[in-house]
Design a protein around this ligand. Sequence first.
Ligand SMILES: [Zn+2]
Length: 114
Amino acid sequence: MDNEIREAIEDLKNIFPSKSSSWYRRCLKRLRSVKLVKVDPLYEYWIVEGDPSLGDRDRVYFVRYDVRNKRYICTCYTPTKRFSWSRAKKVCTHVGAVILYRIVKRKYLMKYEA
Ligand SMILES: [Zn+2]
């Protein structure tokens, strides 16, 4: 594993200190299936491919980042209404994977632009 990814997981643990070790492991496993699809001034739209080995029922999950309120919303929060956005009480590992992806990307940019 790259140092950047190792450090990013430590950062993720600092952001969400009370998650279980399996939560961080699941975020890491999802890292490769994270894709940024669209950015506009208010929102970033991400997709995370579903992974049946992690209990996912959907082929893809949509994660939306609210730039002004710094909030993430995932379609797995509303399984009956797949494409509606709702607020979640806890952070799912799709959102965790997007956050991890952003941290990793930033670390690589810092490394190669230095
Ligand atoms: Zn989710």
